[in-house]
Structures are given as structure tokens and as C-alpha cells.
Design a protein around this ligand. Sequence first.
Ligand code: YXS
Length: 259
Amino acid sequence: MALVSVITDGAVGTVMLDHPEKRNALGEALIAGLVDGLDRLRAGAVRAVVLRAAPGTKVWSAGHDIDELPSSRRDPLGWSEPLRLLVRRLQEFPAPVIAQLEGGVWGGACEVVFACDLIHATPDVTFALTPARLGVPYGLFGLKTLASAMPRSLLREMAFTARPVGVERAWQLGLVNHVVPVDRIAGFTADLARTIATNAPLAVAAMKEQLRILDDAIGLGPGQFERLQELRRTVGESGDYREGLAAFAAKRAPVFLGT
Ligand code: YXS
């Protein structure tokens, strides 16, 4: 059974996550389906993309597939990891990608959503950043994607507490473009996508890339870079990281010792 479906309606493509049994967890197979779908739409020169989950879902995506997180040593969120590849595909896609959300958005799925260009959400949507709950050494690239999408004060609160934030607060802080009732969000999003598709695609694509280059423009000295890598190595090799994964697998609360 396909984990992802892709349809094209004129100049608008739709990519749908459809693995409810695992709450659309972003495992290698599902990500491969998303990347393949985006590549097919790019070859078809669509002018807008809608990224959504199956209608009526309570969980848009449960984030990175925890079963695929390495136990230790290997960087779980390094440059060549599938989740990184997906985020780059979305950011480099030469047309706007609209995330159409229903239900909960967890962990790395927040980064996927905030790598999109616009976000439409139903009133039940929540966002939760969970590296602290699992002891995961989150990546600088992911933090930058999130920091570009929200105030640092909210990012700190979400990262340190791992508690979900509701769509009302996300709307107040400008994290989402529109909050739309569940019975109208598909039509609303399709209409906005069609509007984008009627505009000059080269101008739209250029502005998308210009804004991404501006977002990426941060200066880092070699010492800062080394320190960042050291911070991630320390967390990635910690007992707490192993405890976070073990606790999830055993469906119990983790006990972190700071070691
Ligand atoms: O027990 P079975 O075999 O039916 O499987 C269960 C869950 O184990 C599975 N599942 C997942 N498997 C791998 N990775 C996941 N992220 C994941 N989430 C769920 O799906 C089956 C149904 O889950 P269940 O019974 O818990 O569903 P629910 O409706 O009661 O609860 C839905 C959630 C999303 C609230 C719950 O599944 C949950 O809390 N999932 C974990 C959310 C999370 O912590 N995600 C972060 C993953 S790590 C990540 O994204 C980054 C590395 S980071 O942490 O750095 O951001």
C-alpha cells in the first residue's frame, strides 16, 4: 500500500501522507515517497504544491520515525539523513509549497512544515518540538529552519518543554497563514494554490529562492562551527539519548540522568 499519493490538477500538485497506522511517522520509505512525488511534480512544472495528510487525520505527522533513529554514534539528523533531504527538497522546490494541516504535528514534522512556504491549519492543529523528550541532539539546520519561522522566545519554550502549542497561539504569533474549518480547508487551499499558479512562475520562483538565501545568510566562525558540532556529539553519545529511545519503545516515561 502506497504511503504517499500524488495528484495533479492543472498547474497545482498535491502530495498526501497516508500511513495512519504509524501516524505518518517520517521513516525512510515515507520520505522516499514524498521526495519522489516532489520530483515528479517538479518535472511536470507545477506552479504550486499542497502538502497534506489524509482527510480526517488526528495526527498530521508524528515526526521522525523513532524506530529508525540510530542508537548512538551516528548523527541521527546529519546532512544526508532522509529528513534533511526532504526539508531541502521542499525549500529548493521552484514553486511555493503550502502545508495543509489537520491534527498534531510532532518533532521533525514541525521542521518539514516550517520548511514550506505557507501554512494552512484547521482549528485542532498543534505543534510540538520533542528532542528534549527523547534526548535527541537536534541539528543546527533544523533549529535555523524553526528560528526563521517563529520568535526565539516561542522556539525556546517549545524546545525546552516539548509541550504542544495550539493553532490559536501559533496564529497570534504569525506562524500560520490561515486557520480554516476542516470542511473548508481543502477548497480554500486549492483556491489559493490556483491563484499562485496564475502568476508569473519565474518571478514567484525567484522570490522564493531570494527569501531562502536571505534566511540562510548567517555568519559562523570556524570556532563556533566546531563548538556546535561538539555540542551535538555530546548529546548524541549520551545515555539520555539511549534512554529516550528505549522509553518510547517501551511506552513508558523516560528518566533522564543528564549523562
Ligand atoms: O504500537 P504500534 O506498533 O501500534 O505503533 C504505534 C506507535 O509506536 C507508532 N508511532 C511511531 N513510530 C515511530 N516513530 C514515531 N514518531 C511514532 N509515533 C507513533 O504509531 C502507532 C500508533 O501510535 P499511538 O498508539 O501512540 O497513537 P496515538 O494516536 O495514541 O498517539 C499519537 C501520538 C503522535 C501523540 C503518539 O504516537 C506520539 O507521541 N508519537 C511520538 C511523537 C514524537 O515524539 N515524535 C518525535 C519523533 S523524533 C523526531 O521527530 C526528531 C528526531 S526530534 O525529536 O529531534 O524532533
